[in-house]
Design a protein around this ligand. Structure first.
Ligand code: GTB
Length: 216
């Protein structure tokens, strides 16, 4: 039986691949593992039955015959470890690819999420105009550092890996912010990743959910 993941029945990103099921779908596509998707509504995600799968009432959750997982990073790592294609065979290179997964989730994603939450939920607050430059500066600091490390390489450490997959899904959340305009190498890195057939299949699959939910 194929593994099943959960995803939004109606994603607030309108199918732009920003919800965190996207990184799991992309990982499945990269390794050629078929998967099923169970779509859930917000109220369903907060039910005890769903929290048994995902204690925080969030998507994505993962289930196969004998294993339930949550946290998109843990799910992608599980997929990458069980299949060829997302982690190098060499033990040191493999550890470095996993290191980049953690860097994406622990070091680069938090300031990006904080900035995007402020842009969505705090726009009408009296402190918004004063706070935003500080949040932008925190994101720029990470982008400066990441661009310096990437240099003119295609990927963060040799061949494309789960580290790149994770980093690109994190950076894509800056799409509408304009902050990436000052980082052409990072913008090109994202475009390069988005051109991968596996990415495109995953993107189309999650977009199809939005189209179906909106009647188109
Ligand atoms: N650390 C967890 C993981 O990586 O799996 C975080 C999971 C998470 O935040 N899931 C979000 C969720 O379920 C959806 S992806 N939220 C509902 C809730 O917490 O009640 C986050 C997300 C949502 C919407 C957009 N967007 O509209 O652009 C982007 C990202």
């Amino acid at each position: 039986m194929s593994p099943t993941i959960t995803a939004f029945k109606q994603s607030p990103d309108r199918g732009r691949g920003l919800a965190r099921d996207m990184r799991v779908r992309w990982a499945f596509e990269e390794v050629g593992q078929p998967y099923d998707v169970r779509l859930v509504t917000f109220p369903e995600m907060k039910e005890p039955a769903y929290r048994a799968l995902q204690p925080f009432g969030q998507i994505p959750a993962y289930r196969d015959d004998d294993l339930t997982l949550f946290e998109s990073g843990a799910i992608v790592l599980h997929i990458a470890e069980r299949h060829e294609g997302l982690l190098p065979d060499d033990a040191s290179a493999r550890a470095r690819a996993i290191c980049w997964m953690f860097a994406a989730l622990s070091t680069v994603e938090p300031p990006i999420v904080e900035r995007s939450m402020a842009a969505i939920f705090e726009r009408d607050e009296p402190w918004y105009e004063a706070r935003m430059p500080m949040l932008d500066a925190r994101v720029r600091a990470r982008l400066d550092e990441l661009a310096a490390r990437l240099g003119d390489a295609d990927w963060l450490d040799g061949a494309f890996s789960a580290g790149d997959l994770m980093m690109v899904t994190v950076l894509r959340r800056l799409g509408s912010s304009g902050l990436l305009d000052a980082y052409p190498s990072l913008a090109a890195y994202i475009v390069r990743a988005e051109a991968r057939p596996a990415y495109q299949r995953a993107f189309e699959a999650q977009l199809a959910v939005f189209k179906a939910a909106s009647g188109g």
